[in-house]
Write a protein that binds this ligand. Sequence first.
Ligand code: DHB
Length: 394
Amino acid sequence: MRERTQIGIVGAGPAGLLLSHLLHQQGIHSIIVEARSRAYVESRVRAGVLEQGSVDTLREAGLDARLRREGLVHAGIQIQIEQERHRLDLMELTGGKAITVYGQQEVVKDLIARRLADEGAILFEAEHAAIRGFEGEAPRITFTRAGAEGEIACDFIAGCDGFHGVCRPSIPESAIILYDRIYPFAWLGILAKAPPASEEVIYVNHSRGFALASMRSQEVARLHLQCRPDEDLAEWPAARIWEELHARLRTADGDTVHEGAVLEKGITGMRSFVAEPMRHGRLFLAGDAAHIVPPTGAKGMNLAIADVRVLSRALAAHYRENRSDLIDTYSQTCLKRVWRAEHFSWFMTAMLHNFPSEDGFGRRLQRSQLDYVVSSREAGRSLAENYVGLPFAA
Ligand code: DHB
Protein backbone atom coordinates (compact mmCIF):
# COMPACT_ATOMS: atom_id res chain seq x y z
CA MET A 1 0.00 0.00 0.00
CA ARG A 2 1.32 3.43 -1.00
CA GLU A 3 -0.53 6.64 -0.33
CA ARG A 4 0.09 10.35 -0.37
CA THR A 5 -1.28 12.93 2.05
CA GLN A 6 -0.45 16.42 3.25
CA ILE A 7 0.15 15.54 6.92
CA GLY A 8 1.20 12.05 8.02
CA ILE A 9 0.26 11.58 11.67
CA VAL A 10 1.79 8.89 13.87
CA GLY A 11 -0.48 7.96 16.80
CA ALA A 12 -4.24 7.97 17.40
CA GLY A 13 -4.33 9.40 20.90
CA PRO A 14 -5.90 12.77 21.75
CA ALA A 15 -3.09 14.71 20.00
CA GLY A 16 -3.11 12.84 16.68
CA LEU A 17 -6.88 12.53 16.44
CA LEU A 18 -7.65 16.13 17.32
CA LEU A 19 -4.93 17.38 14.96
CA SER A 20 -6.43 15.34 12.12
CA HIS A 21 -9.89 16.78 12.84
CA LEU A 22 -8.69 20.41 13.12
CA LEU A 23 -6.75 20.02 9.84
CA HIS A 24 -9.81 18.56 8.14
CA GLN A 25 -11.78 21.64 9.20
CA GLN A 26 -9.15 23.73 7.42
CA GLY A 27 -9.38 21.60 4.29
CA ILE A 28 -6.03 19.88 4.93
CA HIS A 29 -5.75 16.13 4.35
CA SER A 30 -4.07 13.78 6.82
CA ILE A 31 -3.67 10.05 7.45
CA ILE A 32 -3.19 8.62 10.95
CA VAL A 33 -1.05 5.53 11.53
CA GLU A 34 -1.72 3.76 14.86
CA ALA A 35 -0.01 0.62 16.14
CA ARG A 36 -2.92 -0.54 18.33
CA SER A 37 -6.50 -1.53 17.60
CA ARG A 38 -9.46 0.83 17.84
CA ALA A 39 -10.82 -1.15 20.83
CA TYR A 40 -7.49 -0.78 22.65
CA VAL A 41 -7.13 2.98 22.24
CA GLU A 42 -10.78 3.52 23.18
CA SER A 43 -10.47 1.61 26.44
CA ARG A 44 -7.10 2.87 27.69
CA VAL A 45 -7.90 4.53 31.06
CA ARG A 46 -6.01 7.79 31.49
CA ALA A 47 -6.54 11.21 33.04
CA GLY A 48 -9.91 12.84 33.18
CA VAL A 49 -9.62 16.57 33.80
CA LEU A 50 -10.16 19.09 31.00
CA GLU A 51 -9.08 22.69 31.47
CA GLN A 52 -11.53 25.42 30.51
CA GLY A 53 -9.48 26.16 27.36
CA SER A 54 -9.52 22.47 26.34
CA VAL A 55 -13.31 22.38 26.68
CA ASP A 56 -13.52 25.61 24.65
CA THR A 57 -11.25 24.11 21.95
CA LEU A 58 -13.40 20.96 21.70
CA ARG A 59 -16.55 23.09 21.57
CA GLU A 60 -15.18 25.35 18.81
CA ALA A 61 -14.24 22.19 16.89
CA GLY A 62 -17.82 20.89 17.20
CA LEU A 63 -16.76 17.94 19.34
CA ASP A 64 -18.61 18.67 22.57
CA ALA A 65 -22.07 17.09 22.12
CA ARG A 66 -21.47 14.20 24.54
CA LEU A 67 -18.99 16.18 26.63
CA ARG A 68 -21.74 18.72 27.36
CA ARG A 69 -24.16 15.98 28.42
CA GLU A 70 -21.83 13.72 30.37
CA GLY A 71 -18.91 15.92 31.47
CA LEU A 72 -18.97 16.93 35.13
CA VAL A 73 -18.24 20.63 35.56
CA HIS A 74 -16.36 21.27 38.80
CA ALA A 75 -16.28 24.75 40.27
CA GLY A 76 -13.78 23.81 42.98
CA ILE A 77 -11.28 21.27 44.31
CA GLN A 78 -10.55 20.04 47.82
CA ILE A 79 -7.11 19.96 49.41
CA GLN A 80 -6.98 17.65 52.42
CA ILE A 81 -4.13 18.06 54.92
CA GLU A 82 -4.02 14.98 57.17
CA GLN A 83 -7.71 14.77 58.27
CA GLU A 84 -8.88 18.25 57.35
CA ARG A 85 -10.35 19.30 54.00
CA HIS A 86 -10.12 22.81 52.56
CA ARG A 87 -12.00 23.97 49.48
CA LEU A 88 -10.44 26.05 46.71
CA ASP A 89 -13.24 27.79 44.84
CA LEU A 90 -11.76 27.71 41.33
CA MET A 91 -14.67 29.57 39.78
CA GLU A 92 -14.52 32.42 42.25
CA LEU A 93 -10.71 32.60 42.34
CA THR A 94 -10.39 32.71 38.53
CA GLY A 95 -13.30 34.99 37.69
CA GLY A 96 -15.58 32.29 36.32
CA LYS A 97 -13.43 29.41 35.04
CA ALA A 98 -13.91 25.74 35.92
CA ILE A 99 -12.59 22.30 34.99
CA THR A 100 -14.60 19.45 33.48
CA VAL A 101 -14.16 15.83 34.50
CA TYR A 102 -14.46 13.68 31.34
CA GLY A 103 -12.25 10.64 30.77
CA GLN A 104 -9.52 10.80 28.15
CA GLN A 105 -10.84 7.63 26.52
CA GLU A 106 -14.22 9.35 26.12
CA VAL A 107 -12.47 12.20 24.27
CA VAL A 108 -10.73 9.58 22.13
CA LYS A 109 -14.02 7.76 21.38
CA ASP A 110 -15.68 11.04 20.35
CA LEU A 111 -12.74 11.96 18.11
CA ILE A 112 -12.56 8.56 16.39
CA ALA A 113 -16.32 8.53 15.76
CA ARG A 114 -16.15 12.01 14.27
CA ARG A 115 -13.08 11.35 12.11
CA LEU A 116 -14.67 8.20 10.69
CA ALA A 117 -17.99 10.00 10.11
CA ASP A 118 -16.01 12.62 8.13
CA GLU A 119 -14.29 9.82 6.18
CA GLY A 120 -10.98 10.51 7.86
CA ALA A 121 -8.25 7.92 7.38
CA ILE A 122 -7.10 6.13 10.55
CA LEU A 123 -4.98 3.04 9.94
CA PHE A 124 -5.30 1.00 13.14
CA GLU A 125 -2.98 -1.94 13.82
CA ALA A 126 -0.27 -0.48 11.59
CA GLU A 127 2.84 -1.87 13.26
CA HIS A 128 6.58 -1.15 13.14
CA ALA A 129 6.06 2.44 12.04
CA ALA A 130 9.24 4.25 10.99
CA ILE A 131 9.70 7.79 9.73
CA ARG A 132 12.18 8.98 7.11
CA GLY A 133 13.04 11.92 4.94
CA PHE A 134 11.85 14.63 7.33
CA GLU A 135 15.23 16.40 7.25
CA GLY A 136 14.64 16.90 3.51
CA GLU A 137 11.66 17.65 1.33
CA ALA A 138 10.05 14.22 1.10
CA PRO A 139 8.99 12.78 4.48
CA ARG A 140 7.56 9.23 4.56
CA ILE A 141 6.01 6.95 7.13
CA THR A 142 6.51 3.21 6.62
CA PHE A 143 4.74 0.41 8.52
CA THR A 144 3.39 -3.11 8.21
CA ARG A 145 -0.32 -3.82 8.32
CA ALA A 146 -2.10 -7.14 7.90
CA GLY A 147 1.18 -8.67 6.77
CA ALA A 148 1.80 -6.09 4.01
CA GLU A 149 4.27 -3.20 3.81
CA GLY A 150 2.76 0.27 3.73
CA GLU A 151 4.17 3.70 2.93
CA ILE A 152 2.71 7.16 3.24
CA ALA A 153 4.41 10.05 1.49
CA CYS A 154 3.57 13.45 2.99
CA ASP A 155 4.58 17.11 3.26
CA PHE A 156 5.01 17.02 7.04
CA ILE A 157 4.96 14.39 9.79
CA ALA A 158 3.23 14.95 13.14
CA GLY A 159 4.76 12.74 15.83
CA CYS A 160 1.81 12.18 18.19
CA ASP A 161 2.94 8.71 19.23
CA GLY A 162 3.51 9.24 22.94
CA PHE A 163 6.54 9.00 25.19
CA HIS A 164 7.50 5.50 23.97
CA GLY A 165 6.84 6.26 20.30
CA VAL A 166 9.28 6.15 17.39
CA CYS A 167 9.17 9.80 16.31
CA ARG A 168 11.20 11.55 19.01
CA PRO A 169 14.05 8.97 18.94
CA SER A 170 14.22 9.41 15.14
CA ILE A 171 15.60 12.94 15.64
CA PRO A 172 19.44 12.96 15.68
CA GLU A 173 20.71 13.17 19.25
CA SER A 174 22.75 16.26 18.45
CA ALA A 175 19.59 18.14 17.40
CA ILE A 176 17.54 17.69 20.57
CA ILE A 177 17.94 18.36 24.28
CA LEU A 178 16.09 16.15 26.77
CA TYR A 179 15.20 17.36 30.28
CA ASP A 180 14.14 14.66 32.69
CA ARG A 181 13.16 14.13 36.33
CA ILE A 182 12.01 10.87 37.87
CA TYR A 183 10.12 10.83 41.18
CA PRO A 184 10.71 8.25 43.92
CA PHE A 185 7.07 7.08 43.95
CA ALA A 186 4.20 6.03 41.67
CA TRP A 187 0.39 5.98 41.76
CA LEU A 188 -1.74 2.92 42.24
CA GLY A 189 -5.02 3.82 40.55
CA ILE A 190 -8.41 2.14 40.44
CA LEU A 191 -11.74 2.68 38.77
CA ALA A 192 -14.53 1.48 41.07
CA LYS A 193 -18.27 1.01 40.67
CA ALA A 194 -18.99 3.36 43.55
CA PRO A 195 -20.28 6.89 44.00
CA PRO A 196 -17.54 9.55 44.23
CA ALA A 197 -16.16 10.37 47.70
CA SER A 198 -17.24 13.97 47.23
CA GLU A 199 -18.72 16.14 44.49
CA GLU A 200 -15.26 17.58 43.84
CA VAL A 201 -11.78 16.17 43.28
CA ILE A 202 -9.90 15.71 46.59
CA TYR A 203 -6.08 15.90 46.78
CA VAL A 204 -4.75 14.47 50.06
CA ASN A 205 -1.42 15.08 51.76
CA HIS A 206 -1.21 12.43 54.48
CA SER A 207 1.59 10.98 56.59
CA ARG A 208 0.79 7.57 55.01
CA GLY A 209 1.25 9.08 51.54
CA PHE A 210 -0.65 11.06 48.91
CA ALA A 211 -4.16 10.05 47.85
CA LEU A 212 -6.55 11.39 45.20
CA ALA A 213 -10.30 10.89 44.95
CA SER A 214 -11.84 11.73 41.59
CA MET A 215 -14.67 10.29 39.53
CA ARG A 216 -15.93 9.48 36.06
CA SER A 217 -19.68 9.70 36.82
CA GLN A 218 -22.09 9.59 39.75
CA GLU A 219 -21.64 5.80 39.72
CA VAL A 220 -17.92 5.42 38.97
CA ALA A 221 -15.09 6.64 41.23
CA ARG A 222 -11.45 7.10 40.15
CA LEU A 223 -9.09 6.74 43.12
CA HIS A 224 -5.31 6.88 43.50
CA LEU A 225 -2.76 6.07 46.20
CA GLN A 226 0.90 7.01 46.31
CA CYS A 227 2.92 3.77 46.23
CA ARG A 228 6.50 2.61 45.58
CA PRO A 229 7.69 2.85 41.95
CA ASP A 230 8.31 -0.93 41.94
CA GLU A 231 5.03 -1.78 43.70
CA ASP A 232 3.63 -5.22 42.83
CA LEU A 233 -0.09 -4.98 41.99
CA ALA A 234 -0.53 -8.61 43.07
CA GLU A 235 0.13 -7.46 46.63
CA TRP A 236 -2.86 -5.11 46.46
CA PRO A 237 -6.10 -7.08 46.65
CA ALA A 238 -9.20 -4.88 46.74
CA ALA A 239 -9.54 -5.12 50.53
CA ARG A 240 -6.05 -3.67 51.06
CA ILE A 241 -6.67 -0.85 48.57
CA TRP A 242 -9.91 0.15 50.34
CA GLU A 243 -8.28 -0.02 53.76
CA GLU A 244 -5.51 2.31 52.60
CA LEU A 245 -7.92 4.67 50.84
CA HIS A 246 -9.97 4.94 54.05
CA ALA A 247 -6.85 5.54 56.12
CA ARG A 248 -5.71 8.44 53.90
CA LEU A 249 -9.05 9.98 52.92
CA ARG A 250 -10.98 9.77 56.20
CA THR A 251 -11.58 13.19 57.75
CA ALA A 252 -11.89 14.13 61.40
CA ASP A 253 -15.66 14.33 60.75
CA GLY A 254 -15.70 10.74 59.52
CA ASP A 255 -16.08 11.39 55.77
CA THR A 256 -14.35 8.76 53.66
CA VAL A 257 -14.62 6.93 50.30
CA HIS A 258 -17.50 4.71 49.17
CA GLU A 259 -16.48 1.15 48.36
CA GLY A 260 -17.57 -0.77 45.27
CA ALA A 261 -16.38 -3.37 42.78
CA VAL A 262 -12.89 -2.62 41.41
CA LEU A 263 -13.33 -2.37 37.62
CA GLU A 264 -9.72 -1.74 36.74
CA LYS A 265 -6.39 -1.17 38.50
CA GLY A 266 -2.95 -0.09 37.41
CA ILE A 267 0.31 1.60 38.38
CA THR A 268 1.40 4.91 36.86
CA GLY A 269 5.05 5.96 37.05
CA MET A 270 5.82 9.59 37.75
CA ARG A 271 8.20 11.62 35.66
CA SER A 272 8.75 15.07 34.23
CA PHE A 273 10.24 15.17 30.74
CA VAL A 274 10.67 17.79 28.01
CA ALA A 275 12.30 17.47 24.57
CA GLU A 276 13.51 20.71 23.00
CA PRO A 277 12.87 21.79 20.31
CA MET A 278 9.54 20.23 19.36
CA ARG A 279 10.27 20.42 15.62
CA HIS A 280 13.05 19.02 13.48
CA GLY A 281 12.85 19.79 9.75
CA ARG A 282 9.47 18.55 8.55
CA LEU A 283 8.74 16.61 11.77
CA PHE A 284 6.67 18.13 14.56
CA LEU A 285 6.32 16.49 17.98
CA ALA A 286 3.08 16.98 19.90
CA GLY A 287 1.72 15.73 23.23
CA ASP A 288 3.52 13.02 25.22
CA ALA A 289 5.99 12.43 22.36
CA ALA A 290 7.51 15.80 23.35
CA HIS A 291 6.77 16.11 27.06
CA ILE A 292 5.55 14.21 30.11
CA VAL A 293 4.20 15.67 33.34
CA PRO A 294 3.62 13.78 36.57
CA PRO A 295 -0.17 13.30 36.78
CA THR A 296 -0.74 15.54 39.82
CA GLY A 297 -2.73 18.45 38.43
CA ALA A 298 -3.88 16.53 35.35
CA LYS A 299 -2.10 18.55 32.67
CA GLY A 300 -1.10 15.79 30.21
CA MET A 301 -4.10 15.69 27.87
CA ASN A 302 -4.53 19.46 28.13
CA LEU A 303 -0.99 20.04 26.87
CA ALA A 304 -1.61 17.66 23.97
CA ILE A 305 -4.72 19.63 23.02
CA ALA A 306 -2.84 22.95 23.30
CA ASP A 307 0.04 21.66 21.09
CA VAL A 308 -2.19 20.56 18.23
CA ARG A 309 -4.21 23.75 18.43
CA VAL A 310 -0.98 25.65 17.71
CA LEU A 311 0.16 23.12 15.09
CA SER A 312 -3.13 23.09 13.16
CA ARG A 313 -3.04 26.89 12.94
CA ALA A 314 0.59 26.89 11.81
CA LEU A 315 -0.13 24.34 9.07
CA ALA A 316 -3.27 26.19 7.99
CA ALA A 317 -1.22 29.41 7.64
CA HIS A 318 1.31 27.46 5.55
CA TYR A 319 -1.23 25.93 3.15
CA ARG A 320 -3.74 28.77 2.94
CA GLU A 321 -1.54 31.86 3.14
CA ASN A 322 1.86 30.46 2.19
CA ARG A 323 3.24 31.69 5.53
CA SER A 324 5.99 29.80 7.37
CA ASP A 325 6.32 32.05 10.43
CA LEU A 326 3.92 30.01 12.58
CA ILE A 327 5.70 26.79 11.62
CA ASP A 328 8.98 28.40 12.61
CA THR A 329 7.64 29.52 16.01
CA TYR A 330 5.66 26.28 16.71
CA SER A 331 8.21 24.87 19.16
CA GLN A 332 8.78 28.13 20.99
CA THR A 333 5.06 28.85 21.32
CA CYS A 334 4.29 25.38 22.67
CA LEU A 335 7.27 25.21 25.01
CA LYS A 336 6.20 28.33 26.84
CA ARG A 337 2.97 26.64 27.91
CA VAL A 338 4.72 23.29 28.38
CA TRP A 339 7.23 24.68 30.88
CA ARG A 340 4.49 26.48 32.85
CA ALA A 341 2.60 23.17 33.10
CA GLU A 342 5.84 21.35 33.96
CA HIS A 343 6.40 23.76 36.81
CA PHE A 344 2.82 23.48 38.06
CA SER A 345 2.80 19.66 37.89
CA TRP A 346 6.14 19.48 39.70
CA PHE A 347 4.87 21.98 42.30
CA MET A 348 1.66 20.03 42.97
CA THR A 349 3.61 16.76 43.10
CA ALA A 350 6.19 18.17 45.50
CA MET A 351 3.58 19.80 47.73
CA LEU A 352 1.33 16.76 48.05
CA HIS A 353 3.50 13.60 48.16
CA ASN A 354 5.65 11.99 50.82
CA PHE A 355 9.26 12.02 49.69
CA PRO A 356 10.92 8.97 51.31
CA SER A 357 14.29 10.72 51.66
CA GLU A 358 12.89 13.99 53.02
CA ASP A 359 14.04 15.08 56.45
CA GLY A 360 12.08 17.05 59.03
CA PHE A 361 13.07 20.35 57.43
CA GLY A 362 11.62 19.35 54.05
CA ARG A 363 8.40 18.10 55.63
CA ARG A 364 7.93 21.36 57.49
CA LEU A 365 8.50 23.41 54.33
CA GLN A 366 5.88 21.28 52.59
CA ARG A 367 3.39 21.75 55.41
CA SER A 368 3.98 25.50 55.38
CA GLN A 369 3.28 25.60 51.62
CA LEU A 370 0.06 23.60 52.05
CA ASP A 371 -1.13 25.89 54.85
CA TYR A 372 -0.30 28.92 52.68
CA VAL A 373 -2.22 27.63 49.65
CA VAL A 374 -5.39 26.94 51.65
CA SER A 375 -5.27 30.12 53.72
CA SER A 376 -3.94 32.87 51.45
CA ARG A 377 -6.29 34.13 48.77
CA GLU A 378 -3.33 35.12 46.58
CA ALA A 379 -1.65 31.71 46.89
CA GLY A 380 -4.99 30.00 46.23
CA ARG A 381 -5.52 32.21 43.19
CA SER A 382 -2.17 31.29 41.71
CA LEU A 383 -2.91 27.57 42.14
CA ALA A 384 -6.42 28.01 40.71
CA GLU A 385 -5.21 30.01 37.69
CA ASN A 386 -2.79 27.23 36.76
CA TYR A 387 -5.27 24.44 37.57
CA VAL A 388 -8.03 25.72 35.27
CA GLY A 389 -5.33 26.48 32.69
CA LEU A 390 -3.74 29.72 31.56
CA PRO A 391 -5.18 31.45 28.49
CA PHE A 392 -3.78 30.42 25.09
CA ALA A 393 -1.15 32.77 23.66
CA ALA A 394 -3.22 33.20 20.48
C1 DHB B 1 -7.63 12.80 37.78
C2 DHB B 1 -6.32 12.61 37.47
C3 DHB B 1 -5.38 13.50 37.95
O1 DHB B 1 -4.09 13.32 37.64
C4 DHB B 1 -5.75 14.57 38.73
O2 DHB B 1 -4.80 15.42 39.17
C5 DHB B 1 -7.08 14.76 39.04
C6 DHB B 1 -8.02 13.87 38.55
C7 DHB B 1 -8.64 11.84 37.24
O3 DHB B 1 -8.23 10.90 36.56
O4 DHB B 1 -9.83 12.02 37.48
